[in-house]
Design a protein around this ligand. Structure first.
Ligand code: HEC
Length: 145
């Protein structure tokens, strides 16, 4: 009798774990195979004068073909509606263990050019460089810890 109880509690817990893998934030640490930006760009950081409020508007609403939050989540944790179906998963900006290796310049490069073979499309045709730095600043100052 006791065994059956323990077993059913375990089953309930594992069902919860499985369902939350689909509903909650993306994994952390998150596996990451994204190509490195060329040296000169990886070390570049133009966020000092960037406008985080404009970056927020782009991230949460204005970006084309769709807002960044659709995949990366409104909290930046990779928990966006569309993100769940993607492999590899959208970057979880709230995951310090993964983001410690991702520089501002690296982010700029991938936002502009995309990450080939993944759901991350390049935004170089729809966003000006200045706007991309605005988004990088917003993400780094709001989500990255
Ligand atoms: C259709 C879903 C989708 C949308 C919309 C999207 N992304 Fe992504 N993004 C991804 C995926 C998937 C990855 C992971 C790519 C990889 O593993 O190489 C990613 C990765 C990234 C990275 C990580 C780069 C790195 O080197 O780790 C950054 C930064 C990023 N996205 C920013 C943005 C910004 C800013 C926007 C909006 C302008 C945006 N993304 C819109 C799916 C999306």
């Amino acid at each position: 009798m006791k065994k059956a109880l323990i077993l059913s509690v375990m089953v309930i817990f594992s069902l919860f774990a499985v369902s939350s893998a689909f509903a909650g934030p993306a994994k952390c640490p998150q596996p990451r195979k994204t190509k490195a930006a060329p040296g000169g760009i990886a070390g570049k950081d133009m966020t000092a004068k960037a406008d985080a409020a404009n970056g927020e508007a782009i991230y949460q609403k204005k970006a084309k073909p769709m807002a960044c939050k659709m995949c990366h989540g409104d909290k930046g944790d990779g928990g966006g509606k569309l993100g769940k179906a993607l492999k590899p998963a959208p970057r979880n900006f709230a995951c310090a263990a993964t983001m410690k290796d991702v520089s501002a310049g690296q982010m700029f490069h991938i936002i502009k050019n995309g990450s080939k073979g993944t759901g991350m499309v390049g935004h170089g045709k729809t966003l000006k460089d200045k706007e991309i730095w605005d988004v990088v600043k917003y993400i780094r100052s709001t989500f990255v810890k």
